[in-house]
Write a protein that binds this ligand. Structure first.
Ligand code: DCP
Ligand code: MG
Length: 550
């Protein structure tokens, strides 16, 4: 089946290097030359490159890090406020450079930019007789704003590596457009570094998928352009295939661990195969195509059309759009994990604490702080409570690990927006009047729930009238709908196969939403072997730790 790629767009991807560690280094530059690790719970969530040079790596246990590098400097990274602030500052700088604000944030430390318009304009003003002395225009109206560059070579690296390849003669070719884009990418990265102090790694291609993947080729502080041809001909295989085909399937954004496992099992014929299976192995497997992929991936509770989506991804096709930047998040969510929560009073106390943080975050992120006493720039419409009861011993397999969150949603009461009441009083009232009744509906039993997680979130955030930048005449509701659809296309969400659907009340939402916004990434569960709370993302590393003899 033919899959069509839209190669008319130019997309850039940016990933800040060792992001959390860099936030501390920017605060205290003396840390740059020391091995630095950021701790959350008992885990190194990230470390700077000096630490990596000494053998440390992301998602390592703190005690291992100390053993391997005794002089490691450890800083605490559980309070996400400063990361969130740095992320916002970097995003705003990039957005100020890109026409039409076409910048999309993924988590705290990645950005996608649609720079098609800027590149096409800059191609149109190139002087073919003097490419060496070109000028990149950052402003269409003021021709003095921009930066000088040499349009006879790519900035940074390319895939595949070329040595002194001649400049394309056709200035409107994809190769020339990517070349010009590589200089814009270089300029943006240098601004981030010199104005704010963060280095970033960049990718340049025609989709989010390809830009992100090719960006990771030269890390840290590098950038890579995926060179044409993007279409195979009888004589030449496309560089998209040459590049993508070598990747282990799990490395492809959108292919999660369970999906990868199913694909591996099908290709190797072994249920628990840990063989390296590449994109090429899957793509060229006899009979492979959307129907077979549908069949292999069925049972994951996957969305309709998963086979077609995966088939596209395996061909490097991702036509999902860059979402126009929003100044406000699409949801705010606060959670914490616990050894064991079993009594009503303990739950109530924790809910008040979480509600207080939620209100603080709402005020920080959604209030207009320019004109005191403040005006809400956006209003969340929905309140959601999620919990995670621990499964009875013995019923917990690695795969049901994330699946037992349950949640309830309700309209968010209007009093939460009162600014003249203090946050403690509002938090108490929210818990008393809304959250507790949601909790009782989730857990009608009197006690003994053995909860390991509580999460309170406000979702469905709608910008206030007059604040919808670049959105004149647009139907905001539609925009949100579109956002969901576009994101679903891009992430190829896996849903939990073993999710206990019957415990999800009809109005609940799946806990792991496909929202790109910065959810607290600290969800954790106690290790079944040692009882230590381990963040979900670190589970694999933690289990490895148990499997190694002392
Ligand atoms: N992070 C986290 N939990 C994870 C992964 C990351 O809390 N499972 C945090 C710490 C990172 C930040 O998010 O600093 C960005 O994640 P990256 O994977 O991009 O890691 P870094 O930016 O730290 O390193 P790199 O230089 O490899 O991009
Ligand atoms: Mg990063």
């Amino acid at each position: 089946m033919a899959v069509l790629r839209n190669d008319s767009r130019i997309i850039l991807h940016l990933d800040y290097d060792c992001f959390y560690a860099s936030v501390f280094e920017v605060e205290q530059p003396a840390l740059r030359s020391l091995p630095l690790a950021v701790q959350q719970k008992q885990i190194v969530v990230t470390c700077n490159y000096e630490a990596r040079r000494r053998g440390l790596h992301k998602l390592q246990l703190i005690k291992d890090a100390k053993r391997i590098c005794p002089d490691v400097v450890i800083v605490l990274g559980e309070d996400l406020t400063k990361f969130r602030n740095a992320s916002k500052e970097l995003y705003l700088l990039v957005r100020s450079l890109v026409w039409g604000g076409r910048v999309e944030k993924l988590g705290f430390d990645e950005l996608f930019l649609d720079v098609t318009e800027m590149i096409d304009y800059n191609i149109s003003v190139l002087n073919p007789n003097d490419l060496t002395n070109s000028f990149f225009h950052l402003d269409r109206k003021d021709p003095t704003i921009g930066t000088a560059y040499d349009a006879t070579h790519f900035q940074g690296s390319t895939f595949p590596v070329t040595e002194g390849s001649p400049v394309p003669t056709d200035l409107s070719s994809l190769e020339m457009r990517l070349l010009v884009a590589s200089h814009l990418q270089g300029h943006i990265r240098s601004k981030l570094e010199h104005q704010i102090g963060f280095t970033a790694t960049g990718g340049i291609s025609t989709s989010k998928l390809l830009a992100k993947l090719v960006g990771s080729v030269h890390k840290p502080n590098g950038q890579t352009t995926l060179l044409p041809p993007y279409q195979s001909t009888l004589e030449n295989e496309s560089n998209v295939h040459r590049f993508l085909d070598e990747h282990e399937i799990r490395k492809i954004p959108g292919i999660g661990s369970r999906m990868a496992q199913k694909l591996r099992a099908h290709i190797t014929g072994q249920e628990d195969s840990d063989a390296k299976v590449t994109v090429r192995d899957v793509r060229l497997f006899p009979g492979m195509g959307p129907p077979l992929l549908d069949k292999i991936l069925s049972g994951l509770g996957s969305a309709k059309g998963i086979g077609t989506k995966m088939w596209s991804v395996l061909h490097g096709v991702d036509n999902s759009e860059i979402l126009q930047g929003r100044d406000v998040p699409t949801q705010i969510s606060i959670e914490d994990s616990y050894g064991r929560l079993d009594t009503f009073e303990a739950v109530r106390r924790e809910l008040v604490t979480l509600s207080r943080s939620l209100i603080r975050r709402m005020r920080a992120d959604l209030l207009d702080n320019e004109t005191p006493p403040g005006r809400w720039r956006a209003h969340p419409r929905t309140l959601r409570l999620s919990t995670r009861p621990r499964l009875p011993p013995g019923s917990e397999t690695g795969r049901t690990y994330h699946s037992n969150r349950i949640s309830r949603s309700a309209p968010l009461p209007a009093f939460i927006f009162h600014l003249d009441e203090n946050m403690d009083a509002l938090a108490e009232r929210l818990v008393q009047e809304s959250v507790l009744s949601m909790f009782r509906r989730l857990h009608p039993e009197k006690s003994g729930w053995n909860l390991s997680l509580l999460n309170i979130a406000v979702t469905n955030i709608v910008e206030s009238a007059g604040d919808q930048k670049q959105s004149s005449g647009r139907d905001i509701g539609k925009m949100f709908q579109q956002q969901e659809t576009v994101l679903r296309d891009w992430t190829v969400q896996e849903q939990e196969p073993e999710a206990p659907v019957d415990v999800l009340p009809p109005d609940s939402e799946q806990a792991e939403s496909d929202d790109w916004e910065d959810d607290e990434p600290l969800a954790s569960l106690d290790c079944t072997l040692c009882g230590c709370p381990v963040p979900l993302f670190a589970h694999e590393a933690h289990m490895m730790y148990h499997s190694v003899p002392e």
